[in-house]
Design a protein around this ligand. Sequence first.
Ligand code: FMN
Length: 359
Amino acid sequence: MKTELPVLKIGKYQPRYPLIQGGMGVGISGVKLAGNVARCGGVGTIASVGLCHDSPLFKLEKHNYFEVNVIVIKESLAAARKIAGEDGILAVNCMVALTDYDTQVRAAAEGGADIIISGAGLPLRLPDYTKDFPDVALVPIVSSAKAASLITRHWEKKYNRSPDAFVVEEPATAGGHLGATTMEQVYDPALSLDVAVPEVVKYVAEEMKSDIPVIAAGGIWDRSDLERVFALGAKGVQMGTRFACTEEGDASDRFKQAYIDAQEEDVVLIHSPAGLPGRAIKNPFVTSYLEGKVESKPCFANCLSHCRYRKTRETFCIAAALVDAFNGNWDTGLFFCGSNVTKVHKIERVPDIIKELFE
Ligand SMILES: Cc1cc2nc3c(=O)[nH]c(=O)nc-3n(C[C@H](O)[C@H](O)[C@H](O)COP(=O)(O)O)c2cc1C
């Protein structure tokens, strides 16, 4: 039996399907992926982190990394808008942990993002950075009702503004940086979607007295996963890993091949230089790092406000390693992935995935 699909409304934006394609840095969800998901009726999300890594402006070293990233965020939104069409809904994912978080958020709002989605830390000052753009919907990524409540109380007190939705992301399955402070916490049942989604839904209804949507993220692959989280009260899903390995995905073919090849034993947790656990494919780079032997490329951007590599030369330059993965450098890249990477067997097409999920 098929359950009826919920209607997802985030601020003034209502996508045809209750789907957000998750922001994936560095470069994995850029113009093509976000534009095409938006064109097909989901929310397409550009990840703002390191977007300028292959910009000729950055390569020419005429401008610094932060200046070029602002230009590229705006250019990328304009290019994605051409693919998405005027009705397509485009989001930008901005990570709180970034040095230039405020600048990236402002660039996204000025560049015409409909929605800003923000995690990897608590986006406590997000409404301040977008105050001149009241139509831009603001969506924090949280892993518990406690985090949702902290953000909401702060926003209401300081900015008289409420979140327009919450993405609840499950560390046990999601890709990239995980919303857990320790390795043990990654598999804490309290942070599972089964527990956290109903908790945040209850918080929104009973404490906020609101009907903003709660969106589930982490380990969602097919229609049965959708129905499972809709039954928990979610009004939408955010999916990353499945969309990374699509024809429209912005990464290199070698990046996508790494997804196709990954087996269960290849999916590991690492301590990222940002101080958070992350999930990645075990390749020569990750194997050396886990053995304590990694040699890092030099820091090229000062991208993280708290970076263990920059401070103590422990760990590695994550920006360089993520760019290497984007380019498909198997030996030296950091290939972030969700636990569902083991289900990737081929490069799919965005319209086919959306059709399979919703029609
Ligand atoms: C390669 C990769 C990069 C990611 N980068 C980001 C990011 O820059 N910011 C962010 O908030 N989440 C990031 N994520 C998390 C995704 O947006 C998404 O929420 C999560 O992966 C959902 O789980 P799934 O991959 O099982 O569908 C990333 C995930 C992957 C797989």
